[in-house]
Design a protein around this ligand. Structure first.
Ligand code: CAA
Length: 401
C-alpha cells in the first residue's frame, strides 16, 4: 500500500488553496450576507484550469487523476462551499458522467467546452415531490420523431441560473417493467425554447452560491442529446451521484480544515485569566476531534479516488465517505462556534458560515438517513455493487477514455 501523495497532488493542492484564498475569500462575507452569488467566479475558475481537472488531455482537460479532483474540492471548500459546489455539479455530476456514459461523438462534442469552462454544466434529478425518492420523478420526455419533448420541474438545482447545459433525468416509458427502467438521461441546453430557471431565496447556508428550479415547457431536445440508451436514466443518475458524492466528501474535509485554521488562531489569541484558551482541556478535546475528522476524512476520500483511478465500482465506499465526512464537518463547525463563544455566533468570524454551510451537505446528494440505510443494506447483504455496463475510464487515461 502506498499512502503518499505525488508532487503533482501537492502542486494542485497548493494552487487550489491559493485560488480559494485569493479569488473566493475576498468579499465573500459580504456576498454571503447579501445572498449574492458571483458569476465572475466561474470565469476565474475556468481561467485557472480547475474546471478541466480529471478530464483527459484529449478533451482539453488537465489529465490529472481523480484524487486530484478530491484535493481541489477540499481546498476550494476550505475557502467557501459555493466554490466547491461548482466542482460538484460541473465536474462531478456533469462532466465525469459524460466521460463515463457518453459515446465517442458525445464526449468529443461536449467535454472540450466543459473542460475549458466555455460551457458550464449542471445536474437536474430532484423534483418538488421526489428528493431521496428519486425513483418517483415525474418529468416526462416523450419521443417525437428525431427529438424528445420534455415537460416538468426540477428543483434544488445548483447553478440553475448560470449553467449552459443540464444533465436531466426524465421518464421516457411510464409503462416500463420497473420505474428505473422507464427513465432516460439528456443533455439539455438552456437556450432551448421552453426552458426557464428561477433562483431559490432564503437559504440557511451556501448563500454565495446559486441554487434554483428549472422548468421545461415543451422543450424539444434532439435525440442525439440522450446519454446512454433509453432506460439507462436511473443508472446514469446514480453513477453521477457516485461522482458528486465524492466531491461532497472531499469538500467536507475542507470545512474541517477551515475550522482548524480558525480555531488554531483563535485558541492561541483569546486569553482567559491570562491563559490562552488553547490550554484548556475541553477546548483541546474539540481541536483533537477536528484533527481526527480531517485525517479520517482524507483517508476515506483518498480511498474512493484510488478506486476511481483503478476503474473499480465504489458506490458503497463513496456513500460511506460522504456520510461520515459530512458528519465530521458539521461537528467540527459546531465545535468551532463553541470555541469562539459569542464571537462564533456572528459573522465577524467565518465559523458561523461553516456551521450553516455544513448543515446543507447532510441533506444534498443523499441525506444522512439514505446513506445510513445504504450502509446497513450492504452489510446485511440486501444491496451489492455489480460491475456496470459503462465504467468511468481508469487513470492514467488510455484509449478507453
Ligand atoms: N451506478 C449505476 N447504477 C446504479 C447505481 C450506481 N451508483 N446504483 C444503483 N444502480 C442501478 C442498480 O444496479 C439497479 O439496476 P438493476 O435493476 O439493473 O440492477 C437500478 O440502478 C436501481 O438501483 P437500486 O435498486 O439500488 O435503487 P433503489 O431504489 O434501491 O435506490 C436509493 C434507492 C439508494 C435511496 C436511491 O434512490 C438514492 O440514492 N436516493 C437519493 C437520491 C439523491 O442522492 N438525490 C440527490 C440529488 S442531487 C442534489 O442533491 C442536488 C445538487 O444539485 C447537488
Amino acid at each position: 500500500m502506498d499512502f503518499s501523495l505525488t508532487p503533482e497532488h501537492e502542486l494542485i493542492r497548493e494552487s487550489a488553496y491559493r485560488f480559494g484564498q485569493q479569488e473566493i475569500v475576498p468579499g465573500l462575507a459580504e456576498r454571503d450576507r447579501a445572498h449574492q452569488s458571483d458569476r465572475a467566479s466561474l470565469d476565474k475558475m475556468a481561467a485557472s484550469g480547475l474546471l478541466g481537472v480529471s478530464i483527459p488531455a484529449k478533451y482539453g482537460g488537465m489529465d490529472t487523476d481523480y484524487i486530484s479532483l478530491g484535493i481541489v474540492c477540499e481546498e476550494l471548500e476550505r475557502a467557501d462551499t459555493s466554490a466547491r459546489v461548482v466542482m460538484s455539479v460541473h465536474s462531478g455530476l456533469h462532466s465525469l458522467t459524460i466521460l463515463q456514459w457518453g459515446t465517442a461523438e458525445q464526449k468529443a462534442r461536449w467535454l472540450p467546452g466543459l473542460a475549458e469552462g466555455a460551457a458550464i454544466g449542471a445536474f437536474a434529478l430532484t423534483e418538488p415531490n421526489a428528493g431521496s425518492d428519486a425513483i418517483n420523478i415525474r418529468t416526462r420526455a416523450r419521443r417525437d420523431g428525431d427529438s424528445y419533448v420534455l415537460n416538468g420541474e426540477k428543483t434544488w438545482i445548483s447553478l440553475s441560473d448560470y449553467a449552459d447545459q443540464f444533465l436531466v433525468v426524465a421518464v421516457t416509458d411510464p409503462e416500463a417493467k420497473s420505474k428505473a427502467a422507464g427513465m432516460s438521461a439528456f443533455i439539455v441546453d438552456r437556450s432551448l425554447k421552453g426552458f426557464h430557471s428561477k433562483a431559490i431565496k432564503g437559504k440557511l447556508g451556501v448563500r454565495a452560491g446559486n441554487t434554483g428550479s428549472v422548468l421545461f415547457e415543451d422543450v424539444r431536445v434532439p435525440a442525439e442529446n440522450r446519454l446512454g440508451e433509453e432506460g439507462d436514466g436511473f443508472k446514469i443518475a446514480m453513477s453521477a451521484l457516485d461522482h458528486g458524492r465524492y466531491t461532497v466528501a472531499s469538500g467536507a474535509v475542507g470545512i474541517v480544515a477551515a475550522c482548524l485554521d480558525a480555531c488554531n488562531r483563535y485558541a492561541r489569541e483569546r486569553k482567559v485569566s491570562g491563559e490562552e484558551i488553547g490550554r484548556k482541556q475541553l477546548v483541546q478535546q474539540m481541536i483533537a476531534n477536528m484533527v481526527a475528522g480531517r485525517d479520517i476524512g482524507r483517508l476515506l476520500y483518498y480511498q474512493v479516488g484510488w478506486m476511481k483511478n483503478a476503474g473499480l465500482r465504489h458506490t458503497r465506499e463513496v456513500s460511506l465517505a460522504k456520510w461520515q465526512n459530512c458528519n465530521f464537518a458539521f461537528q467540527a463547525a459546531h465545535d468551532a462556534v463553541e470555541i469562539h463563544g459569542a464571537y462564533g455566533y456572528c459573522d465577524e468570524f467565518p465559523v458561523e458560515r461553516y456551521f450553516r454551510n455544513s448543515r446543507g451537505a447532510m441533506i444534498y446528494e443523499g441525506t444522512r438517513e439514505i446513506h445510513t440505510l445504504m450502509q446497513a443494506e450492504y452489510e446485511l447483504g440486501y444491496r451489492a455493487d455489480k460491475p456496470l455496463a459503462r465504467m468511468l475510464p481508469r487513470w492514467p487515461f488510455g484509449q478507453e477514455a
